[in-house]
Design a protein around this ligand. Sequence first.
Ligand SMILES: C[S@@+](CC[C@H](N)C(=O)[O-])C[C@H]1O[C@@H](n2cnc3c(N)ncnc32)[C@H](O)[C@@H]1O
Length: 214
Amino acid sequence: MNDRHDRRTSPAAARNRGFIEQVLAAEVVNLLAPGGHVLEIASGSGEHVVGFAAAFPELVWQPTDPDEESLRSIRAWAALAEDAAGSSGRANLRAALRLDVREWPWPVLRADAIVCINMIHIAPWEACLGLMRGAGELLRPGAPLYLYGPMKVDGRCTTESNEAFDASLRARDPSWGIRDIEDVAAAGRARGLELSRVLAMPANNFSLVLRRSG
Ligand SMILES: C[S@@+](CC[C@H](N)C(=O)[O-])C[C@H]1O[C@@H](n2cnc3c(N)ncnc32)[C@H](O)[C@@H]1O
């Protein structure tokens, strides 16, 4: 049973979704055949994945999160989208699954692409390592892992506001913090993923695309 009160909203997710969709269209969706499966890690409120499923209806979207409240929110957004879609349904949006990237094996058997938005800085570094491990195991050669969020370049935050954000994250939990693109790339490389694109995004964020090597 889904309750509308379970639906959480994230102003940031509402603001960045369109920009992320543009990059997904050019860097991820274009590589996939119709019916391809996209695994979203750390779906949070679920607003992104419900929007992606509507924007890219030829693909199958699998939301996940380890947090029960988030899972309820994703299910509630999915139910709303299903109601709005009427009898045609939202057949390309799978039921949300509990998935903590640090726990292997993951409860999914197939991923033709993996998307992870705003997770690696709000989680211990082990979450980034777990993400790379899972992506390295699941993705086939050439398949993309898409990451979005604030990043450091050459060990430094790119703006003063991100420096303050980094400090506030570390104050909340010393194992959190904005990650350096080169560290993320190295963690990917260790699991057979090569960094292929770095794109500057609005509001001092970055899109990274890694691809499974052959
Ligand atoms: C800031 S929210 C981002 C949510 C959503 N992707 C967005 O951009 O609105 C961070 C999310 O990471 C998830 N998360 C934290 N640790 C995780 C882990 N070890 N494995 C998977 N997800 C994790 C949290 O549950 C939370 O939903």
